[in-house]
Design a protein around this ligand. Structure first.
Ligand code: AMP
Length: 480
């Protein structure tokens, strides 16, 4: 199939030809024809699959076929997305694909002054991309009337539920006309999303592309076993390797991200942090610098793991392994996008072995072990004592050896291992990670961290992505 088979309006075909797209991606092939025919669509796909165009092109086609005068405060199309960055990216796609149509596209999200958004909505728009909290604020102020929406998209629905938007979504959909076309996209289909699909969609056509757990095939994934105190020196060493074009370094916590940026700058490596505690202006500046290549290294919490489309990322460094294994898949999905190759290197400290095992179970493969770079320890000038007491890349970490030697040790659930000092392996964020992840996750438009006291997803059917998510979690009003 190619784009001409989809019989899109000429201005749309021209715009996508100029973007350099020749063939629709699998999700586009599956979703565009039923959406063009006016059906509701339930799409199982994550970013990186071309899913934005899968809903934007049929919507734009319908707007082009049926032009109408804009009504004050109204929009014909409403797209809801979980994060500011994703909302901005979707709005940019609508603008790019619709560049030869005379349409007005607006984007609203929290964390920035509301006045300009009120003014943008006043004359009415054709397409409004919004995060749920800010949209409700605008509705409550009388700045936005949702009574004329003809088409609705709920994008990254599972992440919206993770971030506690379930009630906001209910309120927003209650304000929409019953007669409308709706599309719901999600990377996973837990029962909560199935419920939502039942509630918000009418006889949807279900389309799916490969589950996230198997999409990262073009990413060469390795793990380096290294002690915690050596991680930063190792990261600095790896970042200056000639094949590293631009890299995202993932930490579990916001403080961790700031710390890594500071320490890298001591190694003369320019890096910027992106996480929920940074202002919108700082986040935008960091992303712009990264996109243009001015900043080579972005240090991010999981807020950046979803939705961002930055084609040039050559390397992902999991500086701290995620305690939610699915996040690993989202993180490494930031590289090897749009047909490119990418590399993902996990730096695994002894106390992160249980996280690594969880990840390997989720992606259904073992990560290849990569040795520490030759002379690494001499180069960083670590003391002989440290060398002696820290595990080498070749040997399993000491606790793993002890675990394997202990009676009945092998094959036992590594989560049951208790350290000699009585600590259990850290599973809910580590160090300050639990607290931070909780705040990140609870923040409106923040990152999908799992709170320290929230249940981990249990039993992923098929070993993949079906885990029950923490959908009832409510964000604090602080992010409004
Ligand atoms: P998305 O999943 O919507 O974030 O898209 C991921 C990336 O794929 C974006 O950079 C799009 O510009 C690009 N893309 C989307 N559709 C196509 C296509 N048919 N051919 C080539 N690239 C595409």
């Amino acid at each position: 199939m190619n784009f001409s088979d989809l019989a899109l309006a000429e201005p749309l075909s021209r715009a996508i030809a100029e973007k350099g797209y020749d063939t629709p991606t699998p999700i586009q092939q599956a979703a565009i024809p039923p959406a063009l025919a006016g059906n509701d669509v339930l799409g199982l796909a994550q970013t990186g699959t071309g899913k934005t165009a899968a809903f934007a092109l049929p919507i734009l086609n319908r707007l082009a076929a049926n032009p109408k005068h804009r009504l004050k405060l109204s929009t014909r199309v409403l797209v809801l997305a979980p994060t500011r960055e994703l909302a901005a990216q979707i709005a940019a796609s609508f603008t790019a694909y619709g560049r030869y149509l005379k349409l007005s596209v607006a984007c609203v999200f929290g964390g920035v002054p509301i006045g300009r958004q009120e003014r943008a909505l006043f004359p009415g728009v054709d397409v409004l991309v919004a995060t749920p909290g800010r949209l409700l604020d605008l509705v409550m102020k009388g700045a936005c009337d949702l009574g004329h929406v003809e088409m609705l998209v709920l994008d990254e629905c599972d992440q919206m539920l993770d971030l506690g938007f379930v009630h906001d979504l209910k309120r927003i959909t209650g304000l929409l006309p019953k007669q409308r076309q709706s599309m719901l996209f999600s990377a996973t289909l837990p029962p909560t999303i199935e419920d939502m699909a039942q509630r918000y969609l009418k006889n949807p056509i279900k389309v799916a592309v490969k589950p996230a757990a198997t999409t990262a095939e073009r990413v060469v994934q390795t793990v380096i076993h290294v002690s915690q105190p050596e991680k930063l020196a190792l990261l600095a060493h790896l970042l200056v390797e000639p094949d590293v074009g631009s890299a995202i370094v993932f930490t579990r916590t916001k403080h961790g991200a700031d710390r890594v940026v500071r320490q890298l700058s001591a190694h003369k490596i320019a890096a910027e942090a992106i996480h929920g505690n940074r202002s919108q202006a700082q986040r935008t500046r960091a992303l712009t610098g990264f996109r243009t290549g001015e900043v080579k290294v972005l240090v991010a919490t999981d807020i950046a793991a979803r939705g961002l489309d930055i084609p040039a990322v050559s390397h992902i460094f999991n500086y701290e392994l995620p305690n939610v294994p699915e996040q690993y898949v989202h993180r490494i999905g930031r590289t090897a996008r749009a047909g490119r190759e990418g590399r993902a290197i996990a730096l695994c400290a002894p106390d992160e072995r249980a996280f690594l095992k969880d990840i390997e179970r989720t992606i259904r493969m073992q990560l290849d072990q990569q040795a520490l770079p030759a002379n690494f320890r001499d180069l960083v000038g670590l003391t002989a004592k440290l060398i002696k007491s820290s595990p080498s890349a070749a040997d399993p970490p000491r606790e793993e050896r002890d675990f394997n030697r202990s009676p009945g040790g092998r094959g036992r659930d590594p989560r049951a291992v208790v350290h000699a000092d009585g600590r259990g392996p850290r599973r809910e964020g580590g160090r300050d990670g639990g607290r931070d992840a909780a705040r990140d996750g609870a923040r409106r438009e923040g990152g999908p961290g799992r709170p320290a006291n929230a249940a981990r997803p249990q039993g992923r059917p098929g070993g993949g992505f079906g885990g029950q998510r923490n959908s009832g979690q409510r964000r604090s009003p602080a992010g409004r």
